[in-house]
Design a protein around this ligand. Structure first.
Ligand code: SAJ
Length: 442
């Protein structure tokens, strides 16, 4: 066993290894806290001084990370944060948790990864383990990162270790957290896999080692492409069922009684968030680079991205039935966040729905208990949310439920509304009255 591997494994085992996490967002902060909680002296590296200062004050800005836990770990000296990246030199293990967005062309943007790598190589030293957690295309770790590190003259295994481990943080999930979500880990080499696995095994209940970083990178993309494609399937089914006058939700509920070989997904107004709409494009981009067309990914994107248009069609049809034009109608959008009970607007389909209705001449307002302002296409165009009152519901020619936040009384909303387009099946549980005449479901 090489001396640096033996030494690192020993330092991991006795908790002497220093842990550095680059990027303290919804992935990096819980991770660095988990390592600090596990007894490692852990340092968060951030470009945003406000985040570093908040942590050093013992505060948390991520809802899933209790401020009290941060304060306790900082007080004990196990946790700190800095914008001084030269301190990377003091770390034994460096984990990269930076964003991997898409460019406007829907091509991968790995600039944040490259920036983190640049900072690491300026202090890269013998014996360090670097792990990439950011979701990225297969080959990033071995084709992009490894050459950058090799250029320093240090060599894999002889001088440093390199691995990939996909993040699986699910913000707001009360049942799954950094500790109990199985961790997939794949090293550039067997030795890299071994040390990376040993590091995570100190804080995660179950570590699954793959034979390479590429397998681990592809595993993550399969997980989220699986969701995007299956959501696309049910969104297409919803459009077909609408044509056939069949209740899509009843069909899915019935199919879900199958105890094996089926997993329910549900139609919606489109897909939002920082993962599902973006991650599959990392896989299809890599495929294109190899002359391979990932048709399921592009088809899912086509179906999912057209759902806002389908919702606007339901609104238009509903108003038409009331002998009203969209143009000049008052439309109240209920819920704009990309999914229920959060305030995250990233890629939210509500934005496309609001913009389309405005383009058709509707007077659009929105209420969302978690979101006060939305920013629309075009320079400095934004819309303030309004308070939810009986008056605004009664005055609306159509109420569109786009995000089904749990803290809304949908029974009362429907009772006061003239027309409701329900894209989340929230009105399913309501009984009686003139529901069928008043409510249109996706
Ligand atoms: N959506 C549907 N129909 C569905 C499920 C989701 O339309 O049946 C929509 C949601 O409304 C949302 C978008 O798709 O707009 C994404 O929803 P999501 O439930 O996948 O939530 P995310 O984006 O928070 O996905 C995260 C992912 N976690 C990570 O990448 C670490 C995903 O892998 C998780 O499976 C997902 O959380 C989860 O299960 O909550």
């Amino acid at each position: 066993m090489s001396d640096i591997k033996e030494s690192l494994l020993a330092r991991i085992a006795n908790r002497e290894a220093r842990i550095g996490v680059i990027g303290l967002g919804y992935v990096g902060l819980p991770l660095v806290v988990e390592f600090a909680h596990g007894g490692f002296k852990s340092t968060g590296f951030e470009v945003d001084l406000r985040k570093a200062e908040a942590i050093n004050r013992g505060e948390s800005y991520i809802p899933d990370v209790p401020g009290s836990q941060v304060a306790e770990l900082v007080r004990k000296g196990n946790l700190g944060a800095t914008t001084d990246f030269t301190q990377l030199a003091e770390q034994d293990i460096i984990i990269i948790c930076v964003p991997t967005p898409l460019r406007k062309t829907k091509d991968p943007d790995v600039s944040y990864i490259l920036s983190a790598a640049d900072r690491i190589i300026s202090t890269l030293k013998r014996g360090q383990l670097i792990i990439l957690e950011s979701t990225t295309y297969p080959g990033t770790t071995d084709e992009v990162l490894r050459p950058i590190f090799d250029e320093t003259g240090l060599q894999i295994d002889a001088d440093y270790f390199l691995a990939f481990s996909p993040e699986r943080v699910d913000p707001g999930n009360p049942n799954f957290n950094t500790k109990n979500i199985p961790k997939v880990v794949g090293g550039i080499t067997t030795a890299s896999s071994l040390v990376a696995t040993a590091a995570y095994a100190t804080i995660v209940d179950h570590v699954h080692r793959t034979s390479s970083a590429r397998v681990a990178e592809t595993c993550k993309l399969l997980e989220n492409t699986f969701r995007a494609v299956n959501i696309g399937l049910v969104n297409e089914l919803a459009q077909l069922c609408h044509e056939l006058d069949i209740d899509t939700w009843e069909v899915i509920t019935a199919a879900a009684t199958k105890p094996f070989g089926f997993m329910p997904f549900y139609p919606g107004p489109g897909i939002g968030g920082h993962c599902i709409p973006l991650d599959p494009h990392y896989l299809s981009w890599k495929a294109r680079m190899h002359g391979f067309e990932a048709r399921f990914i592009s088809l899912a994107e086509e179906v999912n991205s057209r759902m806002p248009e389908h919702v606007v069609g339901l609104v238009t049809g509903g108003l038409n039935r009331h002998r009203k034009a969209v143009n000049g109608s008052k439309i109240l959008v209920m819920g704009v966040a990309y999914k229920r009970d959060i305030d995250d607007m990233r890629e939210s389909p509500a934005l496309a729905i609001v913009e389309s209705l405005q383009e058709l001449g509707a007077e659009v307002s929105f209420h969302d208990p978690y979101v006060t302002t939305i920013h629309l296409e075009g320079a400095d165009r934004h819309l303030q949310g309004i308070p939810l009152t009986d008056a605004v519901v009664e005055a609306a020619d159509c109420v569109v439920i786009v995000t089904d936040h749990s803290n809304i009384d949908y029974g009362h909303l429907v009772a006061k509304a003239q027309l409701v387009v329900d894209t989340r099946n929230t009105t399913r549980k309501l009984k009686g009255g003139d529901l069928d005449a008043k409510v249109i479901r996706l």
